[in-house]
Design a protein around this ligand. Structure first.
Ligand SMILES: [Zn+2]
Length: 269
């Protein structure tokens, strides 16, 4: 992301914006101010916060925020270079250069927000530190602050930014930790394992996505119900927890214990 930011910083500020859009309906997350508010303004450059790229206008009134998720790509096309026919989002600059967002696959997950600087600030204020490269020491501090089940904690963007439910499944499996384990019960050795699993799994995911791999090839545990665990061959199990479905290996992660549906047990209590 930092390499992209550097590559875009100069070019995006070279010319004022001539036309903002079109944007795919699932990609543009805001309606007010309208995209057309960007037209005639010049961007001051590219900034980065975790995985989000920020493009403030040089008059300080608007911020274009782009989140690429896993499959989004942002490219600067110099004048005359042919771009994709149906980008998820496009900015055309005076003189003909374009900033183009494309997303591989059918699912549109990447997002574009047009915000005031105050809105951008509050949008970013709640974000926890970026998951990739977090490290065992920082992770240990985070886990020690509150007692929560690991799967839920890992997915909470206010605590750690960048892990969704699929990667929470993959990471906990790679770390051989129960999704229901409480964050305060995790030993230092387990924290090391979890920090390492966050990096190796997210890096594995990025690499596969860059090569265009689909979900089936990317996930080894997530949605792999009854398929053999890639470590021990035990069929992958599934349990509903809060609003999410967790996938896990009962042998590698829970010492043979089958996790109970927390929602159901709550109802029965
Ligand atoms: Zn296993």
């Amino acid at each position: 992301m930092e390499a992209w930011r550097r590559a875009l910083d100069g070019p995006v500020s070279a010319f004022p914006i001539e036309k903002a859009g079109p944007a795919h309906i699932a990609t543009l997350k805001t309606i007010d101010p309208p995209l057309a508010a960007l037209e005639g303004r010049r961007l001051s450059g590219a900034q980065r916060r975790a995985k989000r790229l920020l493009f403030p206008t040089d008059d300080g009134e608007l911020v274009l925020l782009v989140h690429l998720m896993t499959a989004g790509r942002l490219r600067y096309l110099p004048a005359g270079e042919k771009g994709p026919k149906t980008p998820a989002f496009r900015l055309r600059f005076q003189g003909g250069a374009e900033l183009v967002l494309t997303e591989a696959g059918k699912k549109k997950r990447a997002g574009v927000w047009l915000l005031t600087p105050e809105e951008a600030e509050s949008e970013l204020a709640h974000l926890g530190p970026e998951a990739l490269g977090l490290g065992a020491q920082r992770l240990g501090e985070i886990l020690a602050t509150e007692s929560r089940r690991l799967h839920s904690l890992l997915r909470d963007q206010r605590v750690i930014a960048g892990i969704g439910r699929a990667w929470a499944n993959e990471i906990l499996h790679a770390a051989r930790l129960s999704p229901y384990a409480l964050s305060k019960d995790v030993t230092p050795e387990e924290v090391e394992r979890l920090a390492a699993a966050i990096d190796t799994e997210l890096e594995r995911g990025l690499e596969l996505r860059e090569r265009g791999a689909n979900d089936k090839r990317t996930y080894r545990v997530h949605t792999a119900l009854d398929e053999p665990c890639y470590v021990c061959g035990t069929p992958i199990a599934r349990v509903d927890f809060e609003e999410h479905t967790i996938y896990y290996c009962p042998d590698c992660q829970t010492a043979g214990r089958v996790l109970k549906d927390r929602r159901l047990s709550r109802l029965l209590r």
